[in-house]
Design a protein around this ligand. Structure first.
Ligand SMILES: *Cc1c(COP(=O)(O)O)cnc(C)c1O
Length: 396
């Protein structure tokens, strides 16, 4: 391949850059197979693939379709706009949205047959209002706090929500489809809250059923619980991270242990390479200084693309098949790598992370290098990076 000026000028004239400096490849076969694997863990329970946050940075629609092909029967998102985007794309699978702010108009969700996750009475009232205006029934799933201490009805608020939901259902404005909760410590399977949350959830289920709510789906398991707590599966599991082939249990850093494969690969092409003497400071504030004559490679991807600035002088990269580390500061659009005496030319391939089987670092490696979790590494990859999709064909 050549990356000459002619190519670049033609790309500019046509308004599209078919030789982007950096880009993401998403392996839809991996997504599909990860979901199929999660279905095995789920046993008789259904799988809701969580595709919030633009499918953890992988791209909402292609991932949603691949997950459904892999055997997911539900899709889960945080925001209503994400749920509506699925419907606008013609996806008819059941969808649950669980994070809304007061003042939200639920009419579009009610019209589109989207399940609304309801953690508070105000939200139930908003769903009832939307149902009355549209002349239909709002599908809701009550969200109970069993110990996470976040979104979800807690303590006496649960009693109020349960009673309000039973009343609204009796009036015909809502159908209470399900009840769900979320773990605080599923990534630490031995933690006592993993059991106490399951016990309290069972109590809340009985309580809801006593109040006359006929729950079609009861669910609590994120990725970590899906993989390590089969007893918590109930009617459905809600894995997110594992769909993308990343491990939710930090003690088990290799997703292959769970039969999962990372789907995202982040790549760039060297723009400029140069030979510099010992003592040359590199990138802003010269936090890295060469200790010998060496070659520097400029890599055109930076924190505006989602590369953490905390990766300065610690982020791992694969340059021409060899492992190296970011030299000096990660900038908005680029960073530099010191490759010593290796031959690297402009245009040569650089991999920030991928599945790891070609010697490249993984999202987990970047998370460990920068003091965060792989969720954040993939979810923050920005929309400036074009996404290219490979695989994902219908199984033969
Ligand atoms: C994000 C989220 C999930 C998925 O969590 P993972 O750890 O990525 O599997 C499931 N349920 C809820 C309510 C969430 O917010």
């Amino acid at each position: 391949m050549s990356f000459g000026w002619r190519t670049i000028r033609r790309a500019k004239l046509t308004g599209m850059n078919d030789q982007p400096p950096a880009w993401i490849t998403v392996d839809l076969t991996a997504i599909q197979q990860n979901v199929a694997r999660l279905k095995e863990y789920a046993g008789d329970a259904e799988v809701m693939a969580v595709v919030k946050g633009d499918a953890y940075g992988h791209g909402l629609l292609p991932v949603a379709r691949a997950a459904l092909r892999g055997g997911a029967t539900w899709l889960g998102v945080a925001q209503m706009s994400e749920a509506l985007a699925l419907r606008e794309a013609g996806i008819e699978a059941p969808v649950l949205t669980w994070l809304t702010a007061p003042g939200t108009d639920f009419q579009p969700a009610v019209r589109a047959g989207i399940d609304i996750g309801v953690p508070a009475v105000w939200e139930l009232e908003a769903a009832v209002a939307a149902a009355r205006i549209t002349g239909t029934t709002a599908r809701v799933q009550l969200k109970v706090d069993t110990g996470l201490g976040r979104n979800g009805a807690f303590g006496a608020d649960w009693d109020a929500l349960r009673d309000a939901a039973a009343k609204a259902q009796a009036e015909g404005s809502v159908e209470v489809v399900g009840l769900f909760t979320h773990f605080a410590y599923a990534d630490a399977p031995e933690h006592p809250t993993v059991l106490t949350q399951q016990e309290l959830f069972a109590e809340r289920v009985r309580d809801a059923e006593r109040a006359g709510l006929r729950l079609q789906t009861r669910h609590m398991s994120n990725s970590a619980a899906t993989l390590t707590q089969p007893s918590a599966a109930w009617d459905m599991v809600r894995p997110g991270l594992a769909v993308y082939g990343l491990t939710p249990v930090p003690q088990i850093g290799d997703p292959a242990h769970f039969g999962l494969r990372p789907a995202m690969r982040v790549q760039a092409r060297a723009t400029v390479t140069k030979r510099v003497p010992a003592g040359q400071g590199v990138s802003y504030a010269h936090t890295y200084v060469t200790d010998r004559e060496t070659s520097l490679v400029d890599v055109p991807i930076g924190y505006a693309d989602g590369v953490p600035r905390a990766g300065s002088s610690v982020g791992p990269v694969l340059v021409n098949g060899e492992r190296h580390t970011v030299a000096g500061r990660v900038c908005m659009d680029q960073f530099v790598v010191d490759v010593g005496d290796e031959e690297v030319a402009a245009g040569d391939p650089i991999v920030l992370f991928g599945p790891g089987d070609g010697g490249e670092p993984t999202a987990q490696d970047w998370a460990e290098a920068t003091g965060t979790i792989s969720y954040e590494i993939v979810a923050r990859m920005s929309s400036r990076l074009p996404r290219t999709y490979v695989g994902g064909e219908e199984p033969a």
